[in-house]
Write a protein that binds this ligand. Structure first.
Ligand code: SF4
Ligand code: SF4
Length: 175
């Protein structure tokens, strides 16, 4: 029980820091000039194309098995699956946040979810558009989901996403 309480305290504390960081991402995006936003939108085309491609491969499996799953992996702490996402809203780093944010307004995170050990974007499924997920979320598959997927094709898509992220430059947004 002591361990469980300290884990919950850690989740709440990490979720607060994650919220502050996420709000800074948005402030940074809003501070960018028009040429930075043009650069972002051009890089986002490939990021979002790759995400749509990977979602086409994943979603049939997700639709088949996730609705009856009693684990739900979009939790802030999930000891069963050894993933931990309380310290990062929606799994976003600054880079992938900018890439998904540059051509659309994202749904507001529901921070009240934290008290239910759920991601702020969860509401009976992910509320983010399918082509606007973080790299962290798009590369996570539980063992049961893996059995439904063409992992070779998915790894190919993930490589392309990593290429976009590796070549993306925050510096170019600040010129
Ligand atoms: S990916 Fe796996 S753990 Fe997550 S909701 Fe689907 S079946 Fe459950
Ligand atoms: S952002 Fe969406 S996919 Fe990622 S953990 Fe949250 S609800 Fe799940």
């Amino acid at each position: 029980m002591k361990v469980e309480n300290s884990l919950i305290q850690k989740v709440v504390s990490d979720a607060k820091s994650a919220r502050s960081r996420y709000e800074l991402y948005e402030k940074f995006y809003l501070s960018l000039n028009e040429s930075a936003k043009i650069y972002l939108r051009s890089e986002a085309i490939e990021y979002k194309r790759c995400l749509s491609e990977i979602q086409d491969l994943i979603l049939p499996g997700v639709k088949k098995i996730c609705p009856t799953c009693n684990i739900i992996c979009c939790k802030l702490h999930c000891p069963d699956l050894s993933i931990y996402t309380a310290d990062i809203v929606g799994g976003f780093t600054l880079n992938d946040y900018l890439l998904v944010r540059c051509d659309q307004i994202l749904p507001n995170p529901q921070y009240e979810n934290v008290g239910m050990n759920l991601c702020p974007f969860w509401d009976n499924g992910c509320r983010l558009p399918v082509d606007s997920r973080s790299y962290m979320c798009i590369q996570y598959f539980c063992d049961n989901l893996k059995k439904e997927l063409d992992l070779e094709a998915i790894e190919h898509c993930l490589r392309n996403i990593r290429k976009v992220l590796d070549s993306f430059s925050i510096g170019k947004c600040m010129i």
